[in-house]
Design a protein around this ligand. Structure first.
Ligand SMILES: CC(=O)N[C@H]1[C@@H](OP(=O)(O)O)O[C@H](CO)[C@@H](O)[C@@H]1O
Ligand SMILES: [Mg+2]
Length: 557
C-alpha cells in the first residue's frame, strides 16, 4: 500500500470514530446492532468490499444495509460475493478485526497487513465496483453514505448506489452483473414474471384445471418487500394479490408483523383477523428474504388461531414438485439419474424431516445461517434448502442446468415439443429462472408456491395436511455472555458449559417425542432454546425447563 492510499484511509477513518465499547462480530448474517452505533462499521465494511472486489479481479461486490426482521431502530450490513452468495467465510475474521479496530492507525495497519497477505493489488487493475443497496429503514440513507466513503477511500474503487431494494434483489443483481447478464431491478422483475408465466402455461390441462385462483393475502412486514411485490403485481397474470402492511399506512417495520413474528410467536400479524378465515395468507420479513404461509382455521372463535406453514412446509411442497418432474425424466429412456437433496437445520420440525425421508429424499443438516445451508445444497444436482423460519431456495448445479437446457433443445428439434418429458424439462428450466439462485427470496418463493398449488390443484389446507407439525417452542434467554455456549457442528448438543448437555438430556427424557437444544444466536445477544414434544403444553414446559437450566449455568442478565 503506498503513502497516498494510507493517507486516504487515515483521512476518511477520522470521520467515523468507533463508539466506545462497541464489540461486533460478523455473525450469522453480517454485522447488526443499534443503527446509531453502526456508521464506523459500515464505513469499514465499505473498505473491505472494495478490497474483495480488487482481490477477485474487479468483479462487482454487493453491500446490503439491512437488519432484516430486527426492530426498526436497528440496522446492519452484509456483503454479497460476486456469485451473489454470502461473503466467503475466509474473510469473516478480517471483517471482525477491522470492525473492532480501536483507532484509525490500528485500522490502517490491519488493512495494510491483510492487503500484503492476500496480495491485493491496489491501483493495478481496472476499478473495483461495489453496489450498495438498502432496505426501507430510515437510518439506511446515512449508513449508505458511510459505506460510499469507505469504498471510495480505496484508490481506484467506485461505489454505485442502487437504491432501496430487498436483500435478494441485491444478491440477484450482483450475480447477474458478474455473469454478464442484464442486471437492473426491472430485469429482476421481468425475469420473475416471464418464468412465472412459463410455469403457468405448463400447468396440465386435464385434471387440475378446475382449480379456481383464489386471492392471496400478503403481509409485507411494513417493509421493502411489500413495496416491491406491489411493483411486481402489475406484470403478473394468474395471480390475485392483496397486499397489507405495506408501511404506508403508519405501521412500523416488523412491529407485530412479518414472517419472523408470525413464525416465532405463532400468531397472526396485525391487519389480519377473523374476517380472513380460510384465506391463503403469506408473510414476508423486513428485507423479504424469508417467507411463511398461514391461514386462520375455520374453527377459530374470538380467540383467533393461526395455522402456520413454515419454511419446512414450503420445502416439502417444492421437494414434492421437483421430484415429480425429475421422475418423468428418470423414467424416460434417455433420462438421467439426477441427485435431488434437501438441506435443513436443527430447527426443522421433526415431522418435516420424517416426511422428507419418507419421500425417499436425501436429507442433510447444516448449521443455522443460510451460508451453511447454501454450501451443502450446492453439492447436489438440485439442492433445496430451507430454514424453518422461511429462508430458502432451490439451487441447480451448472452442469445439471446445462444438461437440462440441451435436452430441452433436443426434444424441440426432434419434434417432441408436447411430450411429458419435454414439459418436465421446461418446468425445471423455468423453476431455475424463477427461483433466486443466489439466496432465499420471498418474492420468487411466493410465485413458485402459488404456481405449484395451481399445478396440483391444492388449497392451503390441503397443502398443510402433507404432515402435521410436532408442537414446538422457541425461547430467547438473555445471559451475561452468550459465547459461553459452545455447540457441536450440527448445533444439536452443547459442549460448553460443561454438564449442561447432561442436564438437558435428563429433562428431554421426561417427554414423549421430546427434543431440545440450545445455541448462542449469531444475530442477537441471546441464547436460543428450541424444544419439541408431542403436545404444545409439553413443548412449552420442556423449553421452559431448558431455559431455566441455561439461566442456572450461565446466570441471567
Ligand atoms: C432460529 C432462527 O430463526 N435463527 C435465525 C437468526 O439467526 P440466529 O443466529 O439464530 O440469531 O437469523 C439468521 C439471519 O436472518 C437466520 O439465518 C437464522 O435462521
Ligand atoms: Mg431477512
Amino acid at each position: 500500500m503506498d503513502e497516498i492510499q494510507i493517507a486516504s484511509l487515515l483521512k476518511s477513518s477520522e470521520l467515523f470514530p468507533i463508539p466506545q465499547g462497541l464489540k461486533l462480530s460478523y455473525g450469522t448474517a453480517g454485522f447488526r446492532g443499534d443503527a446509531k452505533l453502526l456508521e464506523s462499521t459500515v464505513y469499514r465494511v465499505g473498505i473491505l468490499s472494495a478490497l474483495r472486489s480488487l482481490k477477485l479481479g474487479s468483479s462487482t461486490i454487493g453491500l446490503m444495509i439491512t437488519a432484516s426482521h430486527n426492530k426498526v431502530s436497528d440496522n446492519g450490513i452484509k456483503v454479497s460475493d460476486p456469485s451473489g452468495g454470502m461473503l466467503s467465510q475466509e474473510w469473516e475474521p478480517f471483517a471482525d478485526q477491522i470492525a473492532n479496530a480501536a483507532s484509525p492507525q490500528e485500522l490502517v495497519s490491519l488493512i495494510r497487513e491483510f492487503v500484503e497477505k492476500e496480495e491485493i493489488k491496489i491501483g493495478e487493475y481496472k476499478a473495483a465496483e461495489v453496489w450498495l443497496g438498502r432496505d426501507s429503514r430510515p437510518s439506511g440513507e446515512s449508513l449508505l453514505r458511510a459505506a460510499e466513503i469507505g469504498v471510495d477511500s480505496v484508490l481506484g474503487s467506485v461505489s454505485v448506489d442502487i437504491g432501496v431494494l430487498t436483500t435478494p434483489q441485491l444478491h440477484w443483481m450482483v450475480r447477474a452483473k458478474n455473469k454478464g447478464l442484464k442486471a437492473t431491478e426491472n430485469n429482476y422483475f421481468e425475469n420473475l414474471s416471464t418464468s412465472f408465466r412459463c410455469l403457468v402455461d405448463l400447468i396440465p390441462i386435464n385434471g387440475n384445471n378446475k382449480f379456481e385462483i383464489s386471492k392471496l393475502l400478503v403481509d409485507g412486514a411494513n417493509g421493502v418487500g411489500g413495496q416491491k411485490i406491489e411493483m411486481l403485481r402489475g406484470s403478473l397474470s394468474n395471480l390475485d394479490l392483496e397486499i397489507r402492511n405495506t408501511g404506508r399506512d403508519g405501521g412500523v417495520l416488523n412491529e407485530g408483523v412479518g414472517a419472523d413474528f408470525v413464525q416465532k410467536e405463532k400468531v397472526l400479524p396485525l391487519g389480519f383477523g377473523l374476517k380472513d378465515v380460510g384465506m391463503r395468507c403469506a408473510s414476508l420479513d423486513g428485507d423479504a428474504d424469508r417467507l411463511v404461509y398461514f391461514y386462520v382455521p375455520s374453527d377459530s372463535t374470538s380467540d383467533v388461531k393461526v395455522e402456520l406453514l413454515d419454511g419446512d412446509k414450503i420445502l416439502s411442497l417444492f421437494a414434492l414438485f421437483m421430484k415429480e418432474q425429475l421422475n418423468v425424466l428418470d423414467d424416460g429412456k434417455e433420462g438421467k439419474q439426477s441427485r435431488l437433496g434437501v438441506v435443513q437445520t436443527a430447527y426443522a420440525n421433526g415431522a418435516s424431516t420424517d416426511y422428507l425421508k419418507q419421500l425417499g429424499l436425501d436429507v442433510v443438516f447444516a448449521k443455522t445461517g443460510v451460508k451453511h445451508l447454501h454450501e451443502k445444497a450446492a453439492e447436489f444436482d438440485i439442492g433445496i434448502y430451507f430454514e424453518a423460519n422461511g429462508h430458502g431456495t432451490i439451487l441447480f448445479s451448472e452442469s445439471f442446468l446445462s444438461w437440462l437446457v440441451t435436452k430441452q433443445k433436443d426434444l424441440t428439434t426432434k419434434g417432441q415439443g408436447g411430450s411429458e418429458e419435454q414439459k418436465a424439462v421446461s418446468r425445471l428450466v423455468a423453476v431455475s429462472n424463477l427461483i433466486n439462485q443466489a439466496v432465499g427470496d420471498a418474492l420468487s418463493g411466493v410465485l413458485l408456491v402459488e404456481v405449484i398449488l395451481q399445478h396440483i390443484g391444492w388449497s392451503i389446507q390441503k397443502w398443510n395436511e402433507l404432515y402435521k407439525d410436532l408442537p414446538s417452542r422457541q425461547i430467547k434467554v438473555e445471559v451475561p455472555d452468550r459465547t459461553a455456549v459452545v455447540t457441536t457442528s450440527q448445533e444439536t448438543e452443547a459442549l460448553r458449559p460443561l454438564g449442561i448437555q447432561d442436564a438437558i438430556n435428563s429433562e428431554i427424557k421426561n417427554y414423549s417425542r421430546g427434543r431440545a437444544f440450545i445455541r448462542p444466536s449469531g444475530t442477537e445477544d441471546v441464547v436460543r432454546v428450541y424444544a419439541e414434544a408431542s403436545t404444545q403444553e409439553a413443548a412449552d414446559s420442556l423449553a421452559n425447563s431448558v431455559a431455566e437450566l441455561v439461566k442456572s449455568f450461565l446466570g441471567s442478565s
